[in-house]
Design a protein around this ligand. Structure first.
Ligand SMILES: *Cc1c(COP(=O)(O)O)cnc(C)c1O
Length: 432
């Protein structure tokens, strides 16, 4: 290890002794790009600073929550006010009510909402609720979509496998994922066939309306509409996993941006303003199957935590300011155009973007499905990642992640990022 990252390197060595792989979530270990992760000491606006004292323009943004940027004044003030009033009561609070009212006013598909502590909990609970509501057992998910580390959803189709699926993880019995069907993302024919074939047993269809976990892959026109039509026809619950897209791609999420309203919606990330959170909500008749009203059990000691709720409310209120979504769109567009300008000078690749989430793929010039993304040049991505890092740009350490732009990213940040890419691309092509 070079001296430059000495502090991070030493902390990583110690961490590996007491934390599996040294990290509390696998992608943080940088296995996909090689090298050792940076330890982040602090952050401000668009920047993170590592333990060696170096600053970087950050496009990880805590994997999506930080739409206002790091440590925004509005959230810091809300935390300073909420903390001294008590960090949790296990009893209802006015803040939770205000958050639920705000979310249901903003998201068309949400009449009622329940808060949980992570996106994983939200999808897990939405599936149980769908099963309880319909009295059916199977769920359909899409290849490449990630819904947290729920046992039954840790499955994708292997090549050619399109019906019953095998687990992606050790420790998940086949019988658990045996209730999970897998369709191709953006593949209406495959979804139609599976939904029709399993209509008697199918409780829910769950989808990321914009795939964000294979890199960004937008829905093709007609895909979400077809899922809405098919699920309605067969009485299947349609779940949009908007853990990334909620409050990011439009004030009312992907359901607003694409004009398709699901029966249930899962939320997380932006909703917590950087603190741990999740939520699921939807139609009143479905949500009222939950305990204590109905027979589907779901609970949480820390659910609706007042400090988290304060950070979430502050974030969502800041997003009510006029023009912020136009600003996010504009920043995203500038970065996309800058990247594409470099690609047009002879680097093979594509940029997929929806609003302020985007991915630069090193592969064919059109990435429309997860299998296209899997074909990308991951070695080149690794060189790109480390080349950008050396130039002061901190990117998600995998080809299959979304890069996030926040309101704190200025034009100068974006220009510096594009210049770094151009500089790296010139160096990389001359080296080979
Ligand atoms: C991050 C994510 C989750 C899981 O959320 P956690 O808070 O990490 O449990 C679920 N679905 C999608 C689409 C996500 O991006």
């Amino acid at each position: 290890m070079g001296r430059a990252f000495q502090a991070s390197s030493e902390l990583f060595r110690r961490s590996k002794e007491v934390v599996p792989g040294g990290v509390n979530s696998p992608v943080r270990a940088w296995n996909a790009v090689g090298g050792e992760p940076l330890y982040i000491a602090r952050a401000d606006g668009s920047r993170v600073f590592d333990e060696d004292g170096r600053g970087y323009i950050d496009y990880v943004c805590a994997w999506g929550p930080l739409i206002l940027g790091h440590a925004p004044r509005a959230v810091l003030d809300a935390l300073a006010e909420a903390g001294p009033r008590g960090t949790g009561f296990g009893a209802p609070t006015k803040g939770e009510l205000e958050l639920a009212e705000l979310v249901s006013a903003r998201m068309k598909g949400i009449e009622q909402l329940r808060l949980v502590n992570s996106g994983t909990e939200a999808t897990m609970s939405a599936m149980r609720l769908s099963r309880g509501y319909t009295g059916r057992t199977k769920v359909l998910k899409f290849d490449g979509c990630y819904h947290g580390h729920v046992d039954g959803l840790l499955a994708k189709a292997g090549s050619g496998v399109e019906s019953l699926s095998l687990p992606d993880s050790a420790g998940v019995p086949e019988s658990f994922t045996g209730e999970t069907l897998i369709s191709g993302f953006n593949d209406v024919d495959s979804a139609r066939r599976l939904i029709a074939e399993h209509r008697e047993d199918l409780a829910a269809v769950i989808v990321e309306p914009v795939c964000g976990n294979m890199g960004v892959i937008p829905p093709e026109p007609g895909f979400l509409e077809a899922l809405r039509e098919l699920t309605r026809r067969y009485g299947v619950v349609l779940i949009f996993d908007e853990v990334i897209t909620g409050f990011r791609v439009a004030p009312g999420g992907a359901q607003e941006r694409y004009g398709v309203t699901p029966d249930l919606t899962c939320l997380g990330k932006v909703l917590g303003g950087g603190l741990p959170v999740g939520a699921f909500g939807g139609r009143r008749d479905i949500m009222s199957c939950l305990a204590p009203v109905g027979p589907v059990y779901q609970a949480g000691t820390l659910s609706g935590n007042p400090v988290t709720v304060a950070a979430g409310l502050a974030t969502l209120r800041a997003l009510e300011e006029k023009g912020v979504y136009r600003e996010l769109e504009e920043k995203g567009r500038k970065l996309e155009e800058g990247f594409k300008g470099v690609l047009s000078s002879g680097v093979e690749g594509a940029v997929n973007r929806v609003g302020s989430m985007l991915t630069l793929f090193f592969g064919p010039d059109r990435i429309a499905a997860p299998e296209d993304a899997r074909g990308c040049d991951r070695d080149r991505f690794s060189r790109f990642f480390h080349g950008m890092l050396a130039r002061g740009i901190y990117l998600p350490p995998s080809q299959f992640e979304a890069q996030f732009v926040s309101l704190a990213h200025g034009d100068d940040d974006i220009a510096a990022t594009v210049a770094a890419f151009a500089d790296w691309a010139a160096e990389d092509s001359s080296r080979r």
